[in-house]
Write a protein that binds this ligand. Structure first.
Ligand code: NAD
Length: 326
């Protein structure tokens, strides 16, 4: 079994690859993995082992067709994580988002088709649905993305579906809620708050802080992706949620408690443009059809995540200084 994983120097992809290399996915204990990652500011080579007998790391761009046509032959499956992933950056400029997320995904799927790759999982996001005041999205909900990031992910999500419908490519799509866990870039809400508090700095909170996100530990997301890879059906979309809905103020408040800080460490900042109010997924389909069950309780996962950032300052300090110099 040979798997090519894109974007696996990033947060979720690296967790997926580390789990597979550690034998965490049944029947994939011997799988060989090729990682293709451009190593943008968000990618960190240290997220993966330096060397491993079952891992090949290629620094490359998913927009590079000759590279993909060279690498893909002989691979049984592709799991596609590579993306520009930070909403705030997409508000500053959406160009890289359209290039990598839309054009890059089309390029990758075209290369899969040409080289006869048997199976593809495209990792999408709940943000493609927009924002929902009440209730939860099922997979049939219309896509109404509100930010350039979400719109570029919706574009790639629909391109993936079109490759199934038009060309018969065996591709499934996952739409997951907000992830948290170790190795997440400190530009994102939870690691930003944790690392700021560890540095004795304040935590910025957008607007009234009442925006609701559904938090899922990265380990649960990766197990869901593996379930979809092995048991999901071609052309199908699978929502992946955790049921842990929290306002940003609640999450920040819990982090203050875990790090022994008080509310004065919270700093209100002007709201993000186009800020989605609430995300909520109905993930009955993946639970009933594929047997998915999230395992990491939010309290435990959050506390372990805080411990990881406390124990690994070298990992996040470099990313934060690069961010500050931007
Ligand atoms: P990340 O930003 O941490 O990692 C993205 C990786 O992609 C980086 O290693 C980067 O170097 C690489 N990359 C970027 N452009 C590339 C290109 N052109 N060619 C090759 N590699 C490139 O992102 P993440 O949080 O790990 O998210 C992974 C995927 O999961 C994304 O597709 C994202 O949309 C999706 N997702 C994320 C979340 C979340 O909460 N983080 C939730 C749902 C879905």
């Amino acid at each position: 079994m040979r798997i090519l994983v894109t974007g696996a120097a990033g947060f979720i992809g690296s967790h997926y690859v580390r789990t597979m290399l550690a034998g965490g996915f049944p029947q994939y204990e011997d799988a060989r993995i090729t990682v293709v990652d451009k190593l943008t500011y968000a990618g960190n080579r240290d997220n993966l082992p330096d060397t491993h007998p079952r891992l090949d790391f290629v620094r490359g761009d998913i927009c590079d067709l000759p590279l993909l046509l060279d690498l893909l032959p002989g691979h049984d499956a592709v799991v596609h994580f590579a993306a520009e992933s930070h909403v705030d950056r997409s508000i500053d400029s959406g160009a890289d988002f359209v290039r990598t997320n839309v054009a890059g995904t089309e390029n990758l799927l075209a290369a899969c088709l040409r080289t006869g790759v048997g199976r593809v999982v495209h990792v999408s996001t709940d943000e493609v649905y927009g924002s929902i005041d009440k209730g939860s999205w099922t997979e049939e909900w219309p896509l109404e993305p509100n930010t350039p990031y979400a719109a570029s992910k919706a574009g790639s999500d629909l391109i993936a579906r079109s490759f199934w419908r038009t060309h018969g490519l065996d591709v499934s799509i996952t739409r997951c809620s907000n992830n948290y866990g170790p190795h997440q870039h400190p530009e994102k809400l939870i690691p930003l708050a944790v690392t700021n508090l560890l540095e004795g700095r304040s935590v910025p909170l957008y607007g009234d802080g009442a925006h609701v996100r559904e938090w899922l530990h990265v380990d649960d997301h990766c197990r869901a992706i593996q379930l979809v890879l092995t048991r999901g059906r071609a052309g199908e979309v699978y929502n992946v949620g955790g049921g842990n809905e929290r306002t940003n103020t609640e999450v920040a408040g819990r982090l203050l408690e875990l790090l022994g800080a008080d509310r004065s460490a919270l700093r209100r900042v002007a709201d993000r443009k186009g800020h989605d109010r609430r995300y909520s997924l109905d993930d009955t389909k993946i639970r009933e059809q594929l047997g998915y069950l999230p395992m990491t309780p939010f309290e435990q996962g959050l506390s372990d995540t805080v411990d990881w950032y406390r124990d690994n300052p070298h990992w996040w300090k470099a990313a934060k200084s690069a961010e500050a110099a931007r």
